[in-house]
Design a binder for this molecule. Structure first.
Ligand SMILES: Cc1cc2nc3c(=O)[nH]c(=O)nc-3n(C[C@H](O)[C@H](O)[C@H](O)COP(=O)(O)O)c2cc1C
Length: 270
């Protein structure tokens, strides 16, 4: 399906909307420190050279360790790196020259050494692990932000461009049932935070009672903002080109993940 693209006026209007975007919170709640941290958090991709002290990084990991999880199963593992360890393991710098990195993995291997909660239910097991590890990742991301450390979650390590699952299985000697979900890279921000990217309005994502179909006008306005925002920060590329890059890598990523997660079990989509 061809993307609906904004014309020149729509482009300018979309950029103006992005730049005008602000968190919507009643004034009486704006002083709440945690709320401010959550609402002002941004994915940051430019980092200063300053190292993150060990105790600060340890506190970030602790927020991940204490995250909530289904039946408290803690179906995650964190592969942790400073710049030197990353270089030694992967032979390159951490993406965006960040100072620390955590590869967040779904882990249904560890618990199985003592109990088997979902035998023969690979899709349930996978869903639970992804969900829980995602929450741990978010806890680390927010804890970092609260400590003045910025981060961005990445669906890659800089090797294949999408998940890097087969590559990481080999590099990190992952057993069956341990699969990478994302890499979070951390550092002190360099320069101003980027503007808030286009977020859908609350009315578009909430419903009461029965599901409400998306409003085509709101969705098109959002897509136009995505296209305009991407172009403004990547003059030599486009949102569409970036989508094509992802699409070209999905086949391999799908194959690797199926192998790692479901092994010989029948694929849930067949
Ligand atoms: C699971 C996940 C994977 C992501 N992968 C990438 C990535 O590979 N490269 C990147 O630049 N940003 C990546 N991001 C960051 C998103 O692009 C970002 O969260 C989104 O544009 C919204 O911006 P915000 O975090 O500032 O609100 C990822 C985010 C998540 C949650």
């Amino acid at each position: 399906m061809a993307l609906s693209k904004p014309g020149p006026i729509g482009f300018v209007r979309s950029l103006a909307r992005i730049l005008g975007g602000r968190p919507q919170v009643p004034p009486s709640l704006q002083d709440n420190a945690l709320l401010r941290t959550l609402l002002n958090r941004r994915s940051v991709r430019q980092f200063a050279d300053s190292p993150i002290p060990d105790d600060v990084f340890a506190a970030i990991l602790e927020a991940g360790r204490l995250a909530p999880s289904t039946v408290n199963l803690q179906t995650w593992s964190f592969a942790v790196f400073d710049a030197g360890e990353w270089q030694g393991t992967f032979g390159r710098t951490i993406p965006f020259h960040a100072q620390r990195a955590v590869i967040v993995l779904g882990d249904v291997h560890r618990d199985k050494t003592v109990l088997d909660v979902f035998p023969d239910s690979p899709l349930v097991l996978y869903t639970v692990a992804v969900l829980n590890a995602g929450l741990a990742a978010m806890a680390m991301n927010v804890a970092a932000e609260a400590l003045g450390v910025s981060s961005v979650m990445l669906s890659e390590t800089g090797r294949t461009g999408l998940l890097d699952a087969g590559y990481l299985k080999e590099m990190l000697a992952l057993p069956d049932g341990v699969f990478p979900l994302m890499t979070i890279v951390f550092g002190y921000p360099r320069g101003a935070y980027p503007p808030m990217p286009p977020k859908l309005p609350l009315e578009q994502i909430c419903f009461t009672g029965k599901y409400r179909e998306p409003d085509p006008e709101v969705m098109t306005a959002w897509l136009h903002q995505m296209i305009a925002g991407y172009k403004a920060s990547n003059l030599l590329s486009s949102f569409e080109a970036q989508l094509h890059v992802y699409q070209s890598k999905i086949g391999d990523a799908e194959k690797d993940l199926r192998n790692m997660v479901f092994g010989d079990a029948p694929s849930p989509t067949k």
